[in-house]
Every structure is written in structure tokens, then in C-alpha cells.
Design a protein. Structure first.
Length: 133
């Protein structure tokens, strides 16, 4: 046949999906922080499997209020894009500026404690087991 052996089995390969979202086209959703002026733009969606990954672009405008009582399953990664914030995780506070990142167990109380420079935006990626919620 003069073809690689893998070609014969290519029809049986497991499908691998992806999620593509154009700039500004994420889904605005409501979460607990929405009540205090935090805007959540979901930048992707779950693709199946045992692990859930939720990437958000979070915006806190001038009228937003601090909120440090977020708690949920999994781990969270934050990457600061604009503005400055004192971000609390459990009993510690971290001063985040553009380019800074923070990764933590999101089962502990956490959230923006002092909004130093607004508006601010940061990328938040939450990862947890599908059966954890």
C-alpha cells in the first residue's frame, strides 16, 4: 500500500475539540461577584473529560466593590492585565500589578481586598474536577 500504518487507523483516533472565541465575543455571565460590580466574560467552554477549565476575563470598574469571600472547588490562576489590586487568599494579601500572577487553592476564601487602580482587568482560569461542583 505504501502508506504509514497510522493512516490505516486514523479513522479510529479520538476527536480532540477546541474552543475559539474572538476578541470581545466572550459570554458575559453572572457569578457571585456580579452583585458587587465584577464583570465576568467567559473566554472558552468545557470540552468534556474529567477536568473542567473555565477561563474568564474579569473587569472591575471604578464602582466595583472589594469581595474576599469567594470559595469554590479546584485551583485558580490569575494573571493581572491592567490596574492594581490587593488580592487576598486565606490569611495573606498580594499586591498585584500588570504582569503579576497568582495561583492558589480556591477552596480557601479569596478575592480582591483593595482596588488600588481601576478599572482593572485580569485573566482568571479556574480548574476543577467535573464532579466537584
Amino acid at each position: 500500500l505504501n502508506v504509514p500504518i497510522t493512516t490505516l487507523f486514523s479513522a479510529f483516533e479520538e476527536r480532540r475539540d477546541c474552543s475559539f472565541v474572538r476578541s470581545g465575543q466572550g459570554v458575559i455571565i453572572e457569578r457571585r461577584g456580579t452583585k458587587v460590580g465584577h464583570q465576568y466574560e467567559l473566554l472558552g467552554h468545557g470540552l468534556g473529560g474529567d477536568i473542567v477549565v473555565e477561563p474568564y476575563l474579569i473587569t472591575l470598574s471604578q464602582g466595583a466593590a472589594p469581595y474576599t469571600e469567594f470559595r469554590h472547588a479546584g485551583v485558580e490562576f490569575i494573571y493581572m492585565l491592567t490596574g492594581e489590586v490587593n488580592y487576598r487568599h486565606a490569611d495573606r494579601t498580594y499586591h498585584l500589578r500588570p504582569g503579576d500572577s497568582l495561583m492558589f487553592d480556591s477552596g480557601a476564601a479569596h478575592g480582591p481586598e483593595s482596588l488600588m487602580v481601576t478599572p482593572m482587568t485580569y485573566l482568571s482560569v479556574i480548574v476543577y474536577a467535573r464532579d466537584a461542583r
